[in-house]
Design a protein around this ligand. Structure first.
Ligand code: PLP
Length: 397
């Protein structure tokens, strides 16, 4: 590997930059996970995660990537052959649907255009057409990381209620939790899925389920086989701050620190910061004369922005030039968006000048790739950020 001075810009939409405070917290001797000191850590991180999920319901933590928590949600609450209504918002929704199929569930996959979020009206319509209640769960990705589009979960809840349908609501918040406002209890979500390496500012390796009372009831009669992912074992040990098997102890030290940082900043300010960086990024994209993939302003993501490149340009070639010359990683186009978009991650441990550096790298890379863009993008983002700094009300929005 070539020597590179300075800090790499890791601007993919997860894993995200890990703060030094979190790295220092992880760098501590591993302790006995069955010893007396562990319980305090176990209880603190569960309580902290409840604040972030905005829930008083149960939370479990797995030593696994987000995919594990997807599987946990399904195997605990559902039975072989159950119909599940899933929504094709993009690549990650498609992967969750494939996972459900492999587990022996029967997904009904509502088609989407990969530029907009889950349509609550279509979900309501499909549920109304299921008077026998064969559909046992509705699964939606809150922030679709392949497209930079946010689905309106509160409206999905209303759609389920309007159809008077008893299906569980399961939501993937892997790239939205601690970046975009999310409310497990208020929005009536039954299982929320999350991961450590995006808004939570940790390395990969932890994932989470927040579980409603209704989902716990469903788990009592659900018949899919489960062992590693079993909620009941996790919750039985969790009451006293322990885990049924060896947890990722050092990542839990990091989680405790990350939760403390979120508390110090305040979740509302965390969300406002992400929204500000997302808007500044869109200012740059517009000034370049390029197009943001997301079409509906009510669904723009605070976590990342997917940028469409002009026909005839390979977005991965732009990314490669940026990596080679400016030491910055950007997100690739996933699935059917391969080569058509690059994704700018602006989530997690991030500030105004890191964003300006990120956008400068993009602007120089577009120029190197010969993409005909106007060179006003960084300036537009700077003007927006400066205007936010001048206007306290805009700083909070
Ligand atoms: C990153 C991500 C996943 C996959 O998580 P892994 O930790 O890679 O298993 C799933 N869903 C969304 C929305 C994601 O952003």
């Amino acid at each position: 590997m070539n020597y590179r001075a300075g800090r790499h810009f890791l601007q993919i939409p997860g894993p995200t930059n890990v703060p030094d405070r979190v790295l220092r917290a992880i760098d501590f001797p591993t302790m006995d996970h069955r010893g007396p000191d562990f319980a305090e850590l176990g209880k603190a991180v569960i309580a902290g995660m409840k604040e972030v999920f905005k829930t008083t319901a149960e939370v479990v933590i797995y030593p696994a990537s987000g995919t594990g928590a997807w599987e946990a949600a399904l195997v605990n609450a559902l039975s072989p052959g159950d119909a599940v209504l899933m929504y094709e918002t993009g690549h990650f929704a498609t992967l969750w649907q494939k996972l459900a199929t492999r587990l022996g569930l029967a997904p009904d996959f509502l088609p989407g255009d990969w530029r907009s979020g889950a349509d609550p009206r279509k979900i309501e319509e499909r549920l109304r057409a299921d008077p026998q209640h064969r559909i046992k769960a509705v699964c939606v990705v809150h922030n679709e990381t392949s497209t930079g589009v946010v689905s309106r979960i509160a409206e999905v809840r209303k759609a389920i209620d309007a159809a008077k349908h008893p299906a569980l609501l399961m939501v993937d918040t892997i790239s939205s939790l601690a970046s975009i406002d999310y409310r497990h209890d208020e929005w009536g979500v039954d299982v929320t899925v999350a991961g450590s390496q995006k808004g939570l500012m940790l390395p990969p390796g932890l994932s989470f389920n927040a579980i409603s009372g209704k989902a716990l009831d469903a788990a009592k009669s659900a018949k899919l086989p489960r062992s590693y992912w079993a909620w009941d074992d996790m919750l039985a040990s969790g009451k006293s701050g322990y885990f049924p098997y060896t947890p990722a102890t050092n990542l839990l030290y990091g989680l405790r620190e990350a939760l403390e940082m979120l508390r110090e900043e305040g979740l509302d300010k965390v969300f406002a910061r992400h929204a500000r960086h997302a808007e500044a990024t869109r200012c740059a994209v517009r000034a370049w004369g390029l197009e943001v993939l997301a079409t509906n302003p009510a669904e723009f993501s605070g976590s990342l922005t997917a940028v469409l490149v002009p026909a005839g340009v390979n977005a991965d070639q732009v990314r490669k030039l940026i990596l080679d010359h400016f030491d910055m990683s950007l997100g690739t186009g996933l699935g059917k968006l391969a080569g058509k978009v690059f994704r700018i991650g602006h989530l997690g441990y991030f500030n105004d000048l890191m964003l300006i550096g990120t956008l400068a790298g993009c602007e120089m890379g577009l120029e190197l790739a010969g993409v005909p863009v106007k060179k006003d993008g960084v300036q537009a983002a700077m003007s927006y950020l400066a205007s936010c700094a001048r206007t306290p009300a805009r700083q909070a929005a």
